[in-house]
Write a protein that binds this ligand. Sequence first.
Ligand code: HEC
Ligand code: HEC
Ligand code: HEC
Ligand code: HEC
Ligand code: HEC
Ligand code: HEC
Length: 263
Amino acid sequence: MIINRLLVPFSLVLIAAVVASAFDVIPPERYGRVIIKKYSAPSGLAPVVFDHWLHRAKYTCRLCHVDIGFAMEAGASRINAAANMKGFYCGACHNDKSIHEKEKIFASCSDSFTQEESARCDRCHSLGKNVKKKYDFETFSKGLPKILFGNELDWEEAEIKGFIKPLDFVEGSSIRRPPLKMDRDVPIESKAAWMPDVLFSHKKHAIWNGCEVCHPEIFPSTKQGAIKYSMFQIWDGEYCGVCHGKVAFPLSDCQRCHTKPVQ
Ligand code: HEC
Ligand code: HEC
Ligand code: HEC
Ligand code: HEC
Ligand code: HEC
Ligand code: HEC
């Protein structure tokens, strides 16, 4: 048993390193980047680059993925210029009206624009262009708590310590209501004897996701143990893998989920 307790963490670090070197070729500033290119390329514009690190530091996942209604799948929302101009999708904030930290948020698409304004188009329609951005990842991440994987930032700690305060409300898209409470940790048994079990924290997830991001879409049942899934499905981007591996810390960080020591 003692051997087990020593070997398991050790082998997990090894597996993590192997998995990381095989899959984590994405540099930290690109982790969570979505390239949106359905409609821009056909109209002769550069595809749009959307960075999660920049936006998740300012807003909760719930705000965008429930209130504003972006799909949690690249390309699936069919965001387009007309919808943005009507105040949906990016236009829910990027409308030259909504205020963030006392400044109006720059507008998204428009039908006509001057040469000067085209710099604004470039801020989003930026793939393959050398665009001067207001925010850069390196400056942003200075002084934030670090981990080894993904954005290499410990988002959990950053929120707890108050480095970031993601807003959960945007005028025009959200309704004010008291958040539902659910503090129960759910133990999830790993089906492999050598693999430590998982303890899922509702409290920690609800800060970012509320309830509606996960129930009923990703986890249809709220009855513990009712849904059956495996690590393979998670690796395939289902269940925990909807977020972990794309935006939340990646799956190579085995020990962060598999925390309960093997008995
Ligand atoms: C806040 C980000 C943002 C800004 C700024 C922005 N756009 Fe867009 N735009 C988008 C997104 C997202 C799409 C969808 C991209 C896709 O699917 O390829 C899009 C699509 C488009 C399209 C494709 C046609 C269509 O029907 O969707 C055109 C044309 C367009 N934008 C014009 C502009 C112009 C002109 C400007 C500058 C005046 C601009 N956009 C600024 C986000 C932006
Ligand atoms: C400012 C809005 C915004 C915030 C905040 C936000 N997202 Fe997203 N998310 C988007 C957009 C836009 C897309 C792309 C949708 C599309 O292409 O149709 C996206 C896509 C995704 C995808 C799919 C990525 C892929 O490569 O397929 C995942 C997973 C995701 N988000 C998870 C999260 C999580 C987890 C959080 C919170 C930590 C979060 N998002 C916060 C707007 C946001
Ligand atoms: C919930 C509000 C919200 C939504 C929705 C949102 N953004 Fe933003 N975004 C912001 C804020 C606030 C900033 C910071 C603006 C500033 O400081 O000028 C920002 C900044 C940006 C920047 C930074 C440009 C730079 O110069 O560094 C880009 C690019 C961007 N957003 C693209 C998008 C795209 C594309 C979408 C839609 C797919 C989108 N955003 C949806 C709130 C939002
Ligand atoms: C990140 C995803 C996620 C979020 C966000 C989330 N849940 Fe869950 N929830 C789960 C998972 C995973 C389980 C366990 C399911 C299983 O084991 O089959 C669960 C189980 C439950 C259960 C059954 C627990 C038990 O002990 O039997 C309830 C009730 C529940 N959730 C309510 C909520 C409420 C209320 C919220 C918002 C405060 C919420 N959930 C937010 C993923 C989530
Ligand atoms: C809807 C998106 C989403 C889903 C689904 C999800 N998570 Fe998370 N999880 C997050 C975000 C966002 C964080 C904050 C840290 C980060 O972004 O890296 C987080 C943090 C965590 C943490 C660190 C905090 C803690 O509790 O100690 C663990 C562990 C974790 N998730 C495990 C899981 C497990 C296990 C599942 C599946 C049962 C799951 N998550 C499903 C989004 C998600
Ligand atoms: C985001 C959280 C998370 C991360 C990170 C994670 N796992 Fe898992 N893993 C789970 C959950 C949840 C289960 C339980 C699924 C079930 O059987 O109900 C699981 C189950 C397993 C199992 C048991 C077999 C099975 O399919 O149930 C093995 C083996 C496993 N994981 C290996 C790994 C390895 C190796 C890594 C790192 C490379 C890893 N996991 C990273 C959440 C995670």
